[in-house]
Design a protein around this ligand. Structure first.
Ligand code: PLP
Length: 359
């Protein structure tokens, strides 16, 4: 059977070239007689894999030596607690922007550790927009500002970075590597791997080095950024195979032409899909136009009674995982880096045909 087009929100599609490369190296990596999965993380072989991956990521994202890059376990969700534990530094206040389900989870976790100031929220609008920066009610003596640049469930994305006099912390799980960003504008960037980086089980943290070393005394060592930074993410066994796979993805992005080329393709894919949805009475996307995600495109059918048939027929047509998140319903097409433009074209063809069949 052929590989089908996969629109899953996460774990998401991986580039076929990366899977093939991993397959070719699975049993016997570069003639060393063993798999990467079976290597000591302290071996010269694995250390070379790890260092190359980090160097490639630094090149792709233009990450300066002012930042540590950590390859961790625990998912983005674990960072919801790691961030306050590492950054509060005796302060008991933090600013959070609430633009969707992932923001809410980060806020809920942070409330265990400090007074959370919700500086702005789009919840009253069902998370279909991003509150204008000049309306934000920021506490100036708080330890940091946290936001979610791309809300994976609602399909809402920031195309600007908040500029404030405190470290900016961003959950970039579903937007990292989709386009260039200015890392220097952030104190901490974190991302679960299973959207644009690699398989699940790996979490990337990019942290400005001057923020290291202030973790609360109660912080578990495994959540202390300094412990991981000092040990090159090898204080304990790192997610070694995921790290290797991420390295293959970074190489694939470099061969693609880097993040500028990636952005051009991602914009084309998203514009096609939103353009089709907007031009068709049968489909709708609720998000304000300037905040529509390049990566996650939620949409509804004119009649939700047809959702089941839509999903069943889509699957028959080789289009997988279009069901929307259980909290919002409808459909969602996640069109991450590894989802080719041909997949978007096939989806639009299918949507056109499905709508026609209903009249
Ligand atoms: C997927 C996702 C998460 C959760 O990631 P885990 O690795 O499952 O903990 C958090 N934030 C955002 C924005 C996500 O897309």
């Amino acid at each position: 059977m052929n590989r089908l087009y996969n629109f899953c929100a996460g774990p998401a599609a991986l580039p076929e070239a990366v899977l093939k490369k991993a397959q070719s190296e699975l049993l016997n990596w570069q003639d060393r007689g063993l798999s990467v999965m079976e290597m000591s993380h302290r071996s010269a072989e694995f250390v070379a894999i790890a260092e190359t991956a980090e160097a490639d990521l630094r090149e792709l994202m233009n990450i300066s030596d002012d930042y540590a890059v950590l390859f961790l376990q625990g998912g983005a969700t674990q960072q919801f607690s790691a961030v306050p534990l590492n950054l509060l530094n005796g302060n008991n206040k933090a600013n959070y922007v609430n633009t969707g389900q992932w923001s809410k989870k980060a806020i809920k976790e942070a409330k265990r550790y400090c007074d959370v100031q919700v500086v702005a929220s789009s919840e009253a609008d069902n998370f279909t927009n991003i509150p204008a920066f000049d309306s934000w009610d920021i506490v100036n003596d708080a330890a940091y500002l946290h936001y979610t640049p791309n809300e994976t469930i609602g399909g809402v994305e920031f195309f600007w970075t908040p500029e404030v006099d405190m470290p900016v912390v961003a959950d970039m799980s579903s937007t990292i590597l989709s386009r260039p960003i200015e890392v220097d504008k952030f104190g901490v960037i974190y991302a679960g791997a299973q959207k644009n980086i690699g398989p699940s089980g790996l979490t990337l943290v990019i942290v400005r080095k001057d923020l290291l070393g202030n973790a609360h005394a109660s912080t578990p060592s495994m959540l202390d950024y300094k412990v991981h930074a000092d040990a090159g993410s090898m204080s304990n066994t790192p997610p070694a195979y995921g790290w290797y796979m991420a390295g293959l993805v970074f190489q694939w992005i470099k061969e693609f032409g880097g993040l500028t080329a990636m952005e051009a393709t991602n914009r084309r894919k998203a514009e096609k899909l939103y353009g089709f949805i907007d031009g068709h009475d049968f489909y709708a996307n609720p998000v304000e136009i300037q905040s529509r995600s390049l990566m996650n495109v939620p949409f509804t059918l004119a009649d939700s009674a047809l959702d089941k048939a839509f999903l069943a027929q889509a699957e028959e047509a080789g289009l997988l995982n279009l069901k929307g998140h259980r909290s919002v319903g409808g459909m969602r097409a996640s069109i991450y880096n590894a989802v080719p433009e041909a997949a978007v074209d096939a989806l639009i063809d299918f949507m056109q045909g499905f709508a026609k069949d209903q009249v």
